[in-house]
Design a binder for this molecule. Sequence first.
Ligand code: UDP
Length: 421
Amino acid sequence: MELVKTEPKRYGDYLELVDMETALQLEYFVKRLSGKRIAMVNATSYGGGVSEILHSLVPLSRDMGVKMDWWVMEGDNEFFTVTKTLHNCLQGQEGVMTPEAREIYRRYNEHNASDIKNWNYDFVVIHDPQPAALIRYRNDGGRAKWIWRCHIDTSTPDPDSWDFLYQYIKDYDACVFTVEEFVRENQFLPNPTFFTPAIDPLSLKNIPLEREEAEDIVSRFGVDINRPLVTQISRFDPWKDPLGVIDAYRIVKKDYPSVQLALVGSMATDDPEGWDYLYRTLRKAGEDYDIKVVTNMNRVTSLEVNAFQTVSNVIVQKSLREGFGLTVSEGLWKGIPVVGGNVGGIRYQIDDGINGYLVDTVEECAERVLTLLRNPALAEEMGEAGREKVRRNFLITTNILNYLKLFDSLNGRGDAAAPVQ
Ligand code: UDP
């Protein structure tokens, strides 16, 4: 496994965004956990929401005085093809974890576990299914508390795939899910805990950009800044439904010909499906040059994502399943209304008709985008409501507090981990 280096962050910079209650609680729990060592473990340091969160959460926690490391497991295409199948099956897609796939999963976890032999952590947080089996090879005599943090929607999993994962999950000390509806009834899970992920308001992706600078950046990708722009930022993945977004855009285009669509997607290193879906998206976009498909291969970094979100008239996140969807909070934080799929974690970020719209179909998506394009005053009002919603609920400092409360409760002290509301 590899230890990930992160850019330092200063908690002091965040104080003006944090309410007094959260700040006091953070101080309290940091003190209580003084001297405890924490490991965060996931499958990639680049691409997707988990790495996005850890790049902020780890250095910010450290600056607060928490001893935290971030480890990324080693894997190659063979392993990540298997874990993407597992991910898809857990989110309810048809598919099978064949005996060979199970053996590959086990073998890579065993191989990675050779690096945890000398670990001396008090808390180990395993993110998502890829490294979940590491617990089988722990060598800490039960000293550390192991927490499984699930970022995906497991409300309707393929039963065999869930059983396969469950053989590992049952041995953890606690499980964290984003929302309660992701856990089915009568499911024994160790210390089930619920809290959402969050965005870093001071990361390059979310700091306020000057309008002019943002326009300058997106115009480099061929966007006409004098015409309306609708954007979806996400991996090229069937669950994110980029093809459905193009269908919705085509309906909008008939009534609103000046509209442009940007599909901005990073190619995560643990997502081998991404290329296939990128090619499908490009083929579907065809000869329509008002559809801009850009990826990190075109040098789209956090700054460019920020710029696209800042200048968009409407952000879309038309997912068909979604654990949380950081891109929704990112858009709302910039004061842009979001039209999102009526699924999973998106439902907790968008209050329908208040800070955006929840949609179930391509047609509904198109209709809501049109409403917002035609009513800039409404769009602005919704954007403002969205920013406030994010400030109250989905900032990284709240996320850190939720982890600290959980660690503290597992430490055998304090109340059960009640997430911050
Ligand atoms: N993202 C990015 N560049 C891209 C596409 C996505 O930086 O081209 C980021 C996006 O801004 C967000 C994260 O990747 O921070 C995706 O997280 P989300 O929870 O929306 O979805 P996930 O990929 O984890 O399913």
